[in-house]
Design a protein around this ligand. Structure first.
Ligand code: GLU
Length: 441
């Protein structure tokens, strides 16, 4: 059965880049009728925070990316220790004692000689007595996985055929000197034991994947299908990594971006399918195909989310936005006509407040000197209430008859006088909501 996972580290809020990963894994699982696991990669006790775990869950729930199971790596440390023992017994695991400064120096020397900065495996030559001495002096060493120096190959769901020479990669550290298990082995153990069949993640993980394939094989597991999506860049192709902090999902939510707008964009951006607003998750799942995504960096412009949000809001019935309409201050008996008027004229729900204030308080009238008499005459002709959708038509016909004005010369001064703006909602829909005018009528 298809099983995927989204595996964030709870060391910060998740952003649009994480969402791309989460969504792809989610859609693969749902399309196949499989399982989607939320896996919290919290093996780093210092950087992992409970508030981020909660925030990740909230963000996914807001988007409707429901998980079937949640797993936490901090609950599974004994499993990782077992796997580490197994690698040790197999002779694939060795302790190394270089300090970060020493490693840095080695790397610099290699680079100076035009060689790739790969760990030289000096620790493999240490005798037991030397290790004992180093341990006494420096404390426990790190544990590195001994890669087989051969080509590591896989068919990537996005990148196609990949072949990496293992000798160009350093033996990965899987356990730190202080005993902390690192993601590389924890992830492998989890993917194997949880039956993960498909792993989609960012292309910054390609080298990890190569080493993880060897670890999976050493532990006797089956490799999942891997796909590495391109990284997001800004609209000009600039690196987004530094700005991702400002593109946290909660910030976008704050700014009024609607889930369907965000999902519609992120589920297709970087693929050969057009980005269009989709009406629901089912539609996103139905049309999703990982094979349509390209390897080139994907441009992301946060501004694209706003027209999609506006379009989505336009499609909603009052029932879906009733809370926001009430929050804007609109009385319940006006909610229906208010929403009908406002929905075509907002980008986010935050704009409702301004339209309601216009309805409630009126606007500073915008009246040209030459229109003063005309406006006074028009106001005098306002029909008796109650106002409805027909009132505007009846009123402007009467004004036309009395003043001889027509077309733009008739409508524009009225619009500007009533709303203080040259453009805006359908006047027929707005007029019955203008409380000041109703009071006058
Ligand atoms: N915790 C890892 C990350 O956030 C997960 C990577 C993976 O999907 O394996 O980068």
């Amino acid at each position: 059965m298809t099983t995927t996972r989204f595996a964030p580290s709870p060391t910060g809020y998740i952003h649009v880049g994480n969402l791309r990963t989460a969504l792809m894994n989610y859609l693969i699982a749902r399309k196949a009728g499989g399982t989607f696991i939320l896996r919290i990669d919290d093996t780093d006790p210092e950087r992992s925070k409970e508030e981020y775990v909660d925030a990740i869950k909230q963000d996914l729930e807001w988007l409707g990316l429901h998980w079937d199971r949640i797993e936490r790596q901090s609950d599974r440390l004994d499993r990782y220790a077992e796997a580490a023992d197994k690698l040790r017994e197999m002779g694939r695991f060795y302790e190394a004692f270089e300090t970060p400064t020493e490693l840095d120096l080695k790397r610099k020397k290699q680079l100076n000689m035009g060689k790739p900065p790969v760990y030289d495996r000096a620790a493999l030559n240490l005798s037991d007595a030397e290790k004992e001495a180093l341990r006494a002096e420096r404390g426990n060493g790190v544990w590195r996985f001994k890669l087989d120096h051969e080509r590591i190959e896989w068919n990537d769901g996005i990148l196609g055929d990949i072949s990496i020479d293992a000798s160009s990669v350093s033996d990965p550290v899987l356990i730190r000197g202080d005993g902390q298990v690192l993601y590389t082995i924890a992830s492998v153990v989890d993917d194997t034991e949880m039956g993960v069949t498909d792993v989609v993640r960012g292309s910054d993980h390609v080298t990890n994947t190569a080493t993880q394939i060897q670890i999976i094989e050493a532990l006797g597991g089956t490799c999942p299908r891997f796909a590495h999506h391109s990284l997001l860049t800004g609209p000009q192709g600039e690196a987004l990594s530094k700005r991702l902090g400002t593109l946290a999902l909660r910030d976008l939510r704050e700014q009024g971006v609607q889930p369907m707008a965000l999902l519609s964009l992120m589920a297709r951006l970087g693929s050969s399918d057009p980005v269009e607003l989709r009406s629901d998750m089912a539609e996103l799942i139905e049309g999703f195909d990982i094979g349509r995504f390209g390897a080139a960096p994907t441009k992301f412009d946060v501004q694209d989310l706003f027209p999609l949000t506006a379009k989505h809001l336009q499609s909603l019935p009052l029932a879906d936005v009733a809370d926001a309409v009430a929050e804007a201050g609109v009385p319940a008996d006006l909610a229906e006509p208010f929403w009908a008027m406002a929905r075509e004229n907002i980008t986010t729900l935050a704009d409702l407040k301004g339209w309601w204030e216009l309805c409630r308080d009126g606007a500073e009238p915008l009246i040209a000197d030459e229109d003063r008499d005309f406006i006074a005459e028009a106001i005098a002709l306002l029909p008796e209430g109650p106002f409805d959708g027909e009132t505007w038509g009846k009123w402007t016909s009467a004004v036309k008859e009395a003043t001889g004005r027509k077309g733009k010369g008739l409508f524009m001064p009225l619009r500007k006088a009533l709303t203080g703006m040259e453009r805006g909602p359908e006047m027929a829909a707005l007029l019955p909501l203008l409380q000041v005018i109703r009071a006058k009528a």
